[in-house]
Design a protein. Structure first.
Length: 271
């Protein structure tokens, strides 16, 4: 329902802020759908064919990596709107926004495609005709892949945190005695930081599950499900709150859109 609503209003699809927001929402929808599918397959089948697993894992990892970079882009846009308002329309154009989104997908793809090429080059042909438990740690097991994964996660998160902190403190200084609009932008960055903090849980998932299993050693299935809800679902609930509830413009148009759809009466169909 969000996509037709977004594309029907010029104020949204010509505004870089809302373009990045809807990209974040769609990306999180894809990530949640893929992670849910992998979770269900892990319960129902346990192992699936390697080619099918590689397709699912590749897109799941890319969409997971997209989220923190997208948050950094939204923080930069917020900083420009508050601290450099006279140049905002020149810097944050629709064309540049779509270029940024393309770069986000390219950078995220670089986090997994080298691992995929290494896997294709090192594993025997029989491996690709076999079945595996579809999780990154069970498929990409080479030392190179593990080290590159850890390094890319650390570099990405450090850069995103630096961007968020820089933008937040610049807006914080601008917010002293300033308008409510600037203070709202500061609070939005705080929510971005909270969302990024939740997203970081996915990198600590093995340790988190081990801690839960230490207290409930016989509840392996329940622990995996609880871990899935906390790590995969909860971070994806923050975006609708940040913009769907707090943003007055988005809330006003969404309410009007929902009221119009609810009030539409079904057409009389002749018997």
């Amino acid at each position: 329902a969000s996509l037709p609503f977004f594309s029907s209003l010029q104020i949204f699809y010509l505004n870089p802020r809302y373009i990045m927001f809807i990209h974040l929402v769609v990306n999180d929808m894809l990530q949640l759908a893929l992670s849910t599918l992998l979770h269900i397959l892990g319960y129902a089948l346990y192992t699936i064919s390697v080619p099918f697993c590689l397709i699912l894992l590749t897109f799941a990892i890319i969409t997971t990596f997209n989220t923190p970079i997208n948050l950094a882009g939204m923080a930069v846009e917020c900083y420009i709107a508050v601290c450099i308002p006279l140049r905002h329309s020149q810097i944050c154009t629709v064309k540049k926004t779509y270029i940024l989104l393309s770069l986000i997908w390219a950078v995220s793809a670089l986090s997994i495609l080298p691992d995929l090429f290494v896997l294709l080059a090192t594993e025997p042909l029989q491996f690709f005709h076999s079945k595996v438990y579809c999780a990154r740690d069970y498929v990409f097991t080479s030392t190179y892949s593990v080290q590159k994964r850890d390094a890319s996660h650390i570099i990405c998160l450090i850069l995103v945190w630096l961007i968020l902190h820089y933008a937040y403190f610049r807006i914080l200084f601008a917010a002293k005695g300033a308008s409510a609009h600037i203070k709202k932008a500061r609070n939005t960055l705080l929510l971005h930081g909270f969302q990024l903090f939740l997203c970081m849980f996915i990198y600590a998932r093995p340790l988190f599950e081990q801690c839960l299993l230490y207290f409930w050693p016989s509840e392996n299935s329940s622990v995996r499900f609880a871990s899935f809800v906390i790590i995969q679902i909860m971070p994806r609930l923050v975006s609708p709150i940040v913009y769907g509830v707090r943003d007055q413009c988005f809330r006003r148009h969404m309410r009007r859109y929902l009221v119009c759809n609810v009030s539409k009466k079904p057409e009389n169909v002749p018997m």
